[in-house]
Write a protein that binds this ligand. Structure first.
Ligand SMILES: Cc1cc2nc3c(=O)[nH]c(=O)nc-3n(C[C@H](O)[C@H](O)[C@H](O)COP(=O)(O)O)c2cc1C
Length: 371
């Protein structure tokens, strides 16, 4: 019998060949300015290409900014101009040629924009321009040492919705099969959801209905652009880990039910990122219980993520009905062909690209085969 990890999943016009997802991971490796600003380059082609050879069902390309001011750092990928679209095609073509569905995470960093990239020290990095002031629902900084953002006015909110819609259209032009809207980790859309960062008194703040309005409007605008055949994922932080003051697991269940009715296909269930000093009980599969609740109580298909590393652990999550997809991030950095590793471990059918076929003899027979 096929392991649940290797069963296909059909979502609208796209069939994922298995349940393994490479989660979005910022590489902070694009040009920070100039004509190729934000465009995938040799690093991205290598990095994503080698993971595509392991044939996960879906690769979700890292947080990709819908506007220049919405980048986390100056080195983020972007999809706000046509030159970037052409460069993204290098990735999606390779994914398609290797049977991997191409996903992209569309993002606006909100009050966390204009940051230095994490692996540069204070020197030797391009510091964000002094006039790059982040925007947010309210003028509340993420942490005392972070910039105070400018609160978006009505026109600014309209602009953000248009930017997500335009980015989704470009993503389709670039060949992406799946659009993920980034509403997690303390970036702009999450900031609107959470009362910790949203203190507005207009239609976008206060009540639950008002705080979820922007995520819903962005979702609708994206759907409008991409038609009915392309799945939409929404990544959320299911809790701020400061309940009840922040965004809560109950809120996430309510939001997921509303997103299901709006035609969202998968809620990708992460946590945290909006409260600098939140205490997070990190451990194997620590976010899976949130995925389980959303799946069971909102009737929404989910992707689970967070310290899922072992093939058996991944199988158990699917078998228990706690998620429909298993996303891995850091494990893919350690083992680019994790799906192959998992299949070999579970005794499942697998195959490599024809160029690598001769390695299969070694892998399958564990023998000293003639070269
Ligand atoms: C280097 C790195 C970059 C990341 N960038 C993103 C990102 O662009 N978007 C996002 O939603 N999460 C991002 N994450 C979070 C991962 O997608 C994932 O949720 C998290 O690492 C937990 O999964 P893991 O235990 O399998 O690594 C990043 C994580 C890492 C390690």
């Amino acid at each position: 019998m096929t392991s649940p990890l290797f069963r296909p999943l059909a979502l609208r016009g796209v069939t994922l060949s298995n349940r393994i997802v490479m989660a979005p991971m910022c590489q902070y490796s694009a040009e920070p300015d100039g004509p190729d600003v934000g465009a995938p380059n040799d690093w991205h082609v290598q990095h994503y290409g080698s993971r595509a050879l392991g044939r996960p069902g879906l690769i979700i390309v890292e947080a990709t900014a819908v506007s220049a001011e919405g980048r986390i750092s100056a080195y983020d990928l972007g999809i706000w101009n046509d030159r970037q679209v052409a460069a993204h095609r290098r990735l999606t073509r390779f994914f398609r040629d290797n049977g991997v569905a191409a996903g992209i995470q569309l993002a606006h960093a909100g009050r966390k924009a204009s940051s230095p990239r994490p692996f540069d020290g204070p020197f030797g990095s391009v510091e964000p321009a002094a006039d790059w002031q982040p925007v947010a629902p309210s003028a509340v900084a993420f942490a005392p040492d972070k910039q105070v953002p400018r609160a978006l006015d009505r026109a600014g909110i309209e602009e953000v919705i248009k930017q997500f819609a335009a980015a989704a259209r470009r993503a389709r032009e670039a060949g992406y099969d799946v659009i993920e809207i980034h509403a997690a980790h303390g970036y702009l859309l999450h900031e609107f959801l959470s009362p910790v960062s949203n203190t507005r008194t207009d239609d976008y703040g206060g009540s639950f209905e008002n705080r979820v309005r922007l995520v819903e409007q962005v979702t609708d605008a994206v759907r409008q652009e991409i038609g009915e055949q392309t799945p939409i994922f929404v990544r959320i932080s299911a809790t701020d880990w400061v309940e009840p003051a922040g965004w809560t697991a109950d809120d996430s269940v309510r939001l997921a039910a509303r997103l299901r009715r709006r035609g969202v296909d998968i809620v990708h269930v992460s946590t945290g990122g909006n409260v600098a000093d939140a205490r997070i009980p990190v451990g194997p599969g620590y976010q899976v219980p949130f995925s389980r609740r959303i799946r069971q109580e909102a009737g929404m298909l989910t992707a689970a993520v967070g310290l899922i590393r072992d093939p058996e652990q991944a199988e158990e999550i699917l078998d228990a009905g706690d998620a429909d997809l298993i996303a891995l991030a850091r494990e893919f950095l350690l083992d680019p062909v994790w799906p192959v590793t998992a299949a070999r471990h579970l005794g499942e059918e697998w195959s490599l690209a024809p160029q690598y076929e001769r390695a299969e003899v070694l892998a399958r027979r564990d023998a000293r085969a003639p070269v």
